[in-house]
Design a binder for this molecule. Sequence first.
Ligand SMILES: Nc1ncnc2c1ncn2[C@@H]1O[C@H](COP(=O)(O)OP(=O)(O)OP(=O)(O)O)[C@@H](O)[C@H]1O
Ligand SMILES: [Mg+2]
Length: 343
Amino acid sequence: MAKEIIKDNDNLLEVNNLNVRFYSNGREMKAVNGVTFNIKKGETFGFVGESGCGKSTTSRAVIRLLAENAKVPEGEILYNGTDILKLSQDKLRKIRGKEIGMIFQEPMTALNPVLTIKKQVYEQFIGTSMTNKEKEERAIEMLRLVGIPSPEKRLKEYIHQFSGGMRQRAMIATTLAANPKLLIADEPTTALDVTIQDQIIKLINKIKKQMGMSVLLITHDLGVISQMCDRVAVMYAGYFVETADTLTLFAKPRHPYTKGLIDALPSTEKKNSSLMPIKGTTPSLAELPKGCPFGPRCPYCEDKCVNELPEMTEIESGHMVRCHFSYKLKNASGLISIEEGEQ
Ligand SMILES: Nc1ncnc2c1ncn2[C@@H]1O[C@H](COP(=O)(O)OP(=O)(O)OP(=O)(O)O)[C@@H](O)[C@H]1O
Ligand SMILES: [Mg+2]
């Protein structure tokens, strides 16, 4: 088979100026604000940020799986050039699962407890011309691929008969059976202990290569980002505040929030480490400040930050930052230190 050539502009997913609002108790919550990113074929793109910053909402918007009280007032979600926001329910169903698969933090809520794993894998084949023999072979192949021993036997079992790590594997197998081109993985390892977490990360990385998939990975764990992602977006209060390739983000963070997160990692190795809280709290999404959302917690905050929302600005090729004073972090190392005078 001819090897696919990945062109630089080969975007599988392109999200432009996405905004999501939630309405409850007469209040409007600005959960996602002007988010723009793309995912290339074969690439893993990560979202990282504290709880409530809008990671899941952004990723659910991509497949229009938002709660009923959500609205998308603005934005474009191009999957292979087609705007998902404009698709009919019928066309959307053809993309969901088959083209874009999603795995969640908690397999027990994603898998049906009263159906065998086999039935749930077979559901992925609805609409194909596969024979029963082909379906069975493919189901066994998927369970084997995710490292479930004795797949022939385990296919006939129910999810409650699986251990935590095996449940996660079964959910991944079920999702991957449809051969999606884009996998959205929302905190796929958070509920697991560290050893199993490591196995699942390696597994997704391996399968991604084998199947040539793209992955949108959501996590609050910078260690997981470093192990899995080619590029990453740091989210804060519904905004992207910094995007870069993963190496650049860790080596040269230019947003004070990103820098704070990296500095707060407990080990020097920066591996397997969850986000440590930075002093202060995130603003309410119902009352976002008119200036920089991170301003109230930022050591560099000035009048301009209080009054004016910074735009996402490209400071070097592929590295975008939403900060009026990002130059202050240029060449910064170790703990946050202010470099004056440069612009
Ligand atoms: N249906 C809803 N109605 C109102 N607010 C909602 C709804 N769903 C989510 N939110 C709010 O939107 C914000 C973003 O939520 P989201 O679940 O996207 O965050 P997250 O970054 O995925 O957080 P976590 O790391 O905890 O999973 C949060 O403040 C959340 O409370
Ligand atoms: Mg979430």
